[in-house]
Design a protein around this ligand. Structure first.
Ligand code: AMP
Ligand code: ZN
Length: 465
């Protein structure tokens, strides 16, 4: 396995701490809203990384946190708590919001064939661990109390900017919109470990601590939750590229100051999904969700394929016409696979050759588009139909594109039926109003999504084409 490591800025041969085993950590969602398809791009690519490691024979333990406290609207500890904002928006309690959006997140993941990590831990489960780490950081002189909050002192580190690409000027107070002055901070990038006095008095969740009733900062949760389940030495830490600074930089600062040694060897960062306004983000609104894709008649796996066609280290622009092309390609690919018979010999040695080829190609820094190309190579090869099926089934353990699944999920079918029926009703209305151009446009739109409609004496009928 070769991996690009954000710490060294190089593609490196992956060597785990313990032979054959991988400890992997993923920053989980902040559960104050639906995940958008940008967030899910990160989780899809991390899912492929995990499955590729398993495909290569590693025993992987993957841990993910759920951020249900402490993430403020700016990553630099300013603004309102995102969970609290979500609760106010929906007139619910913070815990109700957390439960609802955690369930929604895993339901989206299931639709995209993203495996649930081995351990999922909400931040609010680990308050004792956070308090313990903060105590040690204070004892060791890496933290200080000011204005009744506890801060990490970044000036205590020789190299705080471990990812090496931070332009300090950009982070100067007042230069970036989301960095406002906190007079308690000794250095501008010091960050909060524990809040007891916040700008918003109505913080919903608070806990006792040696420093007063309060709540943890955002970064501490990933340091503690990962160490709780994976120990002090970790192999791979994943997240979206925006988490590199300050979140991951701060995680490293705290964890390595706490343990006194290097923590994680490989940092895997997925680049952004952008729309015409730039990075897709929840704060900008107007973002796309899996439910919206389903309502618009897409099989969510088409979005997975859309992501897999690009390299995770390149920004990806979301365009509906590209998604339509992918939907078409996916449908044709599945048709070709479904047409394979179950006849013919299966030579285990040949299967192994294809397995190894896939492992080496996709294992070259998670080259997912090459994985898809290999599926076409198998189809073009002179293998028997039965062997082609077996090889594709093997590849699909990593790609997870349901390549051999012939029946669509009922749930997806239901959503598709609702969508098509709504369109048919809209077309009937247009015809009634003699707006034939609109009626034709609706028929064409359905056709681009693989649905043909026919007017019969019994009414309008539709089928997949
Ligand atoms: P959040 O729920 O905001 O904490 O983000 C969850 C994950 O999604 C993090 O790993 C982010 O870095 C990642 N992320 C946020 N926006 C995007 C985007 N537009 N494209 C890809 N990943 C993203
Ligand atoms: Zn994190």
């Amino acid at each position: 396995m070769k991996l690009y490591n954000s710490l060294t800025k190089k593609v490196e041969e992956f060597v785990p701490n313990v032979e054959g085993k991988v400890g992997m950590y993923t920053c989980g969602p902040t559960v104050y809203h639906y995940a958008h398809i940008g967030n899910l791009r990160s989780y899809i690519m991390e899912d492929v990384l995990e499955k590729e490691l398993r495909f290569e024979g590693y025993d992987v333990k993957r841990v993910m946190n759920i951020t249900d406290v402490g993430h403020l609207s700016s990553d630099a500890d300013t603004g309102e708590d995102k969970m609290l904002a979500g609760a106010k928006r929906e007139h619910k309690s913070v815990m109700e919001i957390a439960k609802f959006y955690t369930d929604a997140f895993f339901s989206d993941c299931a639709k995209l064939n993203i495996k649930t990590p081995d351990v999922v831990e909400p931040a609010t489960n680990c308050i004792d661990e956070f308090i313990n780490m903060i105590k040690v950081l204070l004892e060791k002189g890496y933290a200080y109390k000011a204005g009744e909050n506890i801060y990490f002192d970044t000036s205590k580190l020789d190299n705080y900017y471990v990812f090496g690409n931070q332009n300090e000027d950009e982070l100067m107070v007042g230069v970036r919109d989301d960095v406002s002055e906190d007079e308690n901070k000794k250095n501008k990038n010091d960050f909060v470990l524990w809040f007891t006095k916040s700008k918003f008095e109505d913080q919903a969740l608070k806990w006792d601590s040696p420093w007063g009733v309060g709540y943890p900062g955002w970064h501490i949760e990933c340091s503690c939750i990962s160490m709780k389940h994976l120990g002090e030495y970790m192999d791979i830490h994943c997240g979206g590229i925006d988490n590199m600074f300050p979140h991951h930089t701060n995680e490293i600062a705290q964890t390595e100051s706490f343990t006194g040694h290097k923590w994680c060897n490989y940092w895997f960062h997925v680049h952004h999904l952008n729309d015409e306004r730039g990075k897709m983000s929840k704060s900008k609104g107007g973002f796309l969700t899996v439910s919206k894709l389903c309502e618009d008649g897409y099989d969510p796996i088409v979005y997975r394929m859309f992501c897999l066609q690009s390299h995770y280290r390149k920004p990806l622009v979301f365009k509906e016409e590209i998604l339509n092309q992918v939907a078409d390609t996916y449908k044709k690919l599945k048709k070709r696979i479904a047409a394979l018979s179950t006849e013919g010999d299966i030579d285990e040695a040949v299967l192994k050759e294809w397995h190894d080829k896939f492992a080496s190609e996709v294992g070259n820094d998670v080259n997912t588009s090459m994985g898809i190309t290999l599926v076409y190579d198998v189809l073009k090869s002179d293998l028997s139909d039965a062997a082609k099926r077996a090889v594709i089934e093997d590849f699909d353990r990593v790609l997870s594109l349901d390549l051999l699944k012939e029946e669509k999920d009922d749930e997806v079918d239901d959503e598709l039926t609702t969508f098509v029926e709504a369109k048919i009703a809209e077309r009937a209305e247009a015809k009634k109003n003699k707006d034939f151009a609109k009626a034709d446009a609706i028929r064409d739109e359905l056709l681009t999504k693989g649905i043909a409609i026919k007017d019969t004496r019994e009414g309008v009928v539709w089928e997949r084409v």
